[in-house]
Structure formats: structure tokens, C-alpha cells
Write a protein that binds this ligand. Structure first.
Ligand SMILES: Cc1ncc(COP(=O)(O)O)c(C=O)c1O
Length: 429
């Protein structure tokens, strides 16, 4: 089984024309987010085919917390779970009906109350640091779910510093080189400490780096299990590899496939693929959600300045925070369609800035982009927007959140309706 990298312009164009014909983009829908549900399903199934049966694929809610998308993912892979980074995400998952054993709780800043809740509920708790370990030890010995510790394998920083978390310094986890003695002491003391967790980074980390992180922890776990065996403690049996496999935002970027990554793990750490030894957990987010999603915004105005045009859009830093604040690391492909949905071709004489509606000068999702001539009333499509976009929505300037729709061929369904003004007001009241 395979999964392609992206939707191409022709596929998006066809879906966009169907959306117009189906009335999915009404006058008030100045921007809409779409998900190709067949492609999303393909991603989920392909992921399952790369790892051994019994692997818990705990999808990172932070990448996409939409309830209907969560439900869709679980219908496609009923044994899947979620990785939650906050009490809010944990309770969303419980409310959505995930069994506690399929929920992984990873926040780096948990209150004593949240720890107690996690231990009682039976979700998988990953302790972030040694102070948290002491707090958990205080509540044990009766955790209802598994308890692990997040270990920083210290394999270095990828191409995007802001989303790399396994440098020598990281705010996450217990650094394996600096705190080895304390980790050893913990694992040879606590019978209930039966899990390990790592996450190297999100986008920008090669398969080599990701696999090296897993390998470092694997060697450590085998050594600890030998010591635990000698002292009669149960083995470490939960191994959570985190997420992080990069996706293609641009043609030619050719990220490694999931199959290649899974094969690299199984070669470096073979027992992880043996369910008699480990419950393997993954926490992919970006790789699942990003490429099946795209966003369309009506172009309200086009301004011209010396050497540059500016397309004024209805989506900016509210949806594309990282792109606006850190354009060097985060960018997309763009397509232009006229108001009937016909693709525009050729290149205009001047490049474009794609500016959003928010009240700050940095609200520009892309600068100096070569595009076909853009006119008022055209539609600009931003590709690969299904992950880490709506989940990072900014309330600045109180714009209404856009309509979100899913489709299979020319059949559309609303995933989340455009926010009403009353709902918006309620947020601030
Ligand atoms: C602990 C943890 N797990 C999983 C993920 C998901 O990473 P990705 O979306 O790159 O797969 C993240 C992302 O930041 C994370 O912090």
C-alpha cells in the first residue's frame, strides 16, 4: 500500500468547482477549509499497514482537534487513540469516546490535580521531568493506566529550531546524557514505571534523526530491562516513539515515506515490532492531517505598489500563525481560481504579497510569490493546510472562524460551521 504526498492543483480545482456548485462557499464564507476525506482515510490506512498490528497510533490532537475529524479517524481505525497535550485535549478525547487506554497524556506542565486525574482515569501518563516523577511517586502505587517518562535522546536540532525538541537543551523531557544516573535510579526503583516516551521534533527532522532518537532510547530500555529483571521488577513494556515525520509542503521536497521510517525503526530497534516485548505507540499529527486539507479565501482587494502587488485575503495570521511569524520555516503552495472556479494560469508581471485581514503589519502569509494575475473576487487556495492551522487559531481581532467542510468526490459535509457573531461574542463575555 502507498500514500501520495499531496493533492495536486487539478484535484483541488475539481473539488473547488464542485464546492461552488454545491453551494459550500456562500457569500458570507469569505474563507473555507476543506478536507479530502478519501485522502485522509488513505493516510490512516497506510500508516496502519506500515507498523505491526497492535501498535497504538495515538494521533496528536494538537494538529487537528476537530471532533468530526477525530470521529472519522476512529471509524477508519477503530483501535487508534490520541496524544493529548492538555487536560482539555484529554477530556475532549474521553468525551469523544476513546477508551482511556488509547489516550496518551504528554503535557510538560501538569498540575498535581491533573496528575491525579490521569492516574485515576487509566490513561497513559508520560511524566515530563524529575520533579513530576516525584509527584507521581507520591500518588502510586495504584495507577490505572501505564506510566512512562519522556526522555530527551539529545540527538540534535533539525532544520526548524522552533519545532525541534531533542537538542542538548530542550524544555521537554529528561535529558538522557545529563540525567542518566537519575533515570537509572528511577527505573530500578519503581515497578510501575513501565513506559518510555520520546519526541524528536515536528517537521524538519530527518528519518535518520528520528530513528537515532528511537535507537538511543531502545538501547537504554534494554539495559534497564536487564537490571529490572535482576531485581524482580516488571520490564519496561510501553515504548512511545512520538510523531514528527515531515510532510511535503512543496513539490520536490520528497520527504521519506512512512514505510521507510517504519522499516528504519524495525531495523534499529527490532523488538519494538514484537508485541510480546513492547506495546508500541506512535503520535503522528502533521503527517496524517496536513496534506488532505486546503483553504480557500476570496480575494477582497488587490493593491499595487512599486515592484509588488498585495492580494488582500480573509485569512491571515489567525489561521497561519507560523507562516506569518516565521515565514523562513513555514510556507505553502498557492493556486488562483476565478469566481467561476476556472484555474488562472501564466504569471503576472509583479510578484504578490498575500496579506490577511488582521491589524498588524506582519499579517502576511507569504511574500513575493509569483502568481497568475489576481483580480478582486478571485479565490486564492492555500495548499496543505489540514494540520497545525485551525488548531492554532488566533482570536486576535475577533474574526469569525471559517466554515470547515469535508468531501468525498463531489459529496460534501459540514465539519464545523462558520462561527456566528453570537458565538463569537460569547467567547469574550
Ligand atoms: C509530544 C508530541 N507528540 C507528537 C507530536 C506530533 O508531531 P507531528 O505532528 O510532527 O507528527 C508533537 C508535536 O509537537 C509532540 O509535541
Amino acid at each position: 500500500m502507498k500514500s501520495r504526498d499531496n493533492l495536486d492543483v487539478a484535484e483541488i480545482g475539481a473539488a473547488f468547482r464542485s464546492a461552488l456548485a454545491a453551494g459550500m462557499i456562500r457569500e458570507e464564507d469569505t474563507s473555507v477549509i476543506f478536507y479530502d476525506l478519501r485522502f485522509l482515510e488513505e493516510r490512516i490506512r497506510y500508516l496502519g499497514s506500515c507498523f505491526p498490528p497492535g501498535t497504538l497510533h495515538a494521533f496528536a490532537i494538537k494538529a487537528n482537534p476537530l471532533r468530526k475529524i477525530m470521529d472519522f479517524v476512529r471509524e477508519t481505525n477503530p483501535g487508534s487513540g490520541v496524544e493529548a497535550a492538555s487536560l482539555g485535549e484529554v477530556t475532549m478525547a474521553l468525551k469523544a469516546g476513546y477508551p482511556p487506554a488509547n489516550i496518551v497524556f504528554d503535557s510538560p506542565v501538569k498540575t498535581a490535580g491533573e496528575i491525579e486525574f490521569a492516574l485515576q482515569t487509566g490513561i497513559n501518563l508520560n511524566i515530563d521531568n524529575l520533579s513530576e516523577l516525584a509527584r507521581v511517586a507520591h500518588h502510586i502505587p495504584e495507577p490505572a493506566g501505564s506510566v512512562g517518562i519522556r526522555i530527551n535522546p539529545q540527538v540534535g536540532i533539525g532544520t526548524i529550531a522552533g519545532s525541534s525538541v531533542a537538542g542538548n537543551y530542550s524544555k521537554f523531557g529528561v535529558p538522557v546524557k545529563y540525567q542518566r544516573a537519575a533515570l537509572e535510579e528511577a527505573f530500578t526503583t519503581y515497578p510501575w514505571l513501565t513506559g518510555v516516551h520520546l519526541h524528536v521534533g515536528s517537521q524538519g527532522c530527518s528519518v535518520g534523526m528520528l530513528t537515532e532518537g528511537v535507537g538511543i532510547l531502545y538501547d537504554f530500555v534494554l539495559e534497564m530491562n536487564e537490571k529490572r529483571r535482576r531485581t524482580g521488577l516488571p520490564p519496561i513494556s510501553v515504548f512511545d516513539t512520538g510523531g514528527g515525520l515531515p510532510v511535503a509542503y512543496h513539490p520536490g521536497s520528497c520527504p521519506a515515506s512512512m514505510e521507510v521510517y517504519a522499516a528504519a525503526i524495525s531495523e534499529r530497534a527490532p523488538l519494538l515490532f514484537d508485541p510480546d516485548h513492547f506495546r508500541l505507540i506512535t503520535e503522528f499529527g502533521r503527517w496524517i492531517y496536513t496534506n488532505p486539507g486546503w483553504t480557500v479565501s476570496r480575494v477582497e482587494y488587490v493593491k499595487q505598489d512599486p515592484g509588488i502587488k498585495t492580494a488582500m485575503l480573509h485569512t491571515g495570521a489567525d489561521l497561519f500563525l507560523r507562516e506569518c511569524l516565521n515565514p523562513k520555516d513555514w510556507s505553502h503552495e498557492y493556486s488562483v481560481f476565478d469566481k467561476s472556479g476556472n484555474p488562472k494560469t501564466g504569471l503576472d508581471d509583479l510578484p504578490y504579497n498575500l496579506a490577511g485581514p488582521l491589524c498588524f503589519s506582519g499579517d502576511i502569509i507569504a511574500r513575493h510569490v509569483s502568481l497568475p494575475k489576481v483580480d478582486e473576487g478571485d479565490f486564492l487556495v492555500i495548499h496543505d493546510t489540514g494540520g497545525y492551522t485551525f488548531s492554532m487559531w488566533s482570536r486576535y481581532n475577533s474574526r469569525q472562524t471559517p466554515r470547515i467542510a469535508g468531501y468525498r468526490g463531489d459529496q460534501f459535509e459540514i465539519i464545523r460551521e462558520r462561527e456566528t457573531l453570537d458565538e463569537l461574542h460569547a467567547f469574550w463575555e
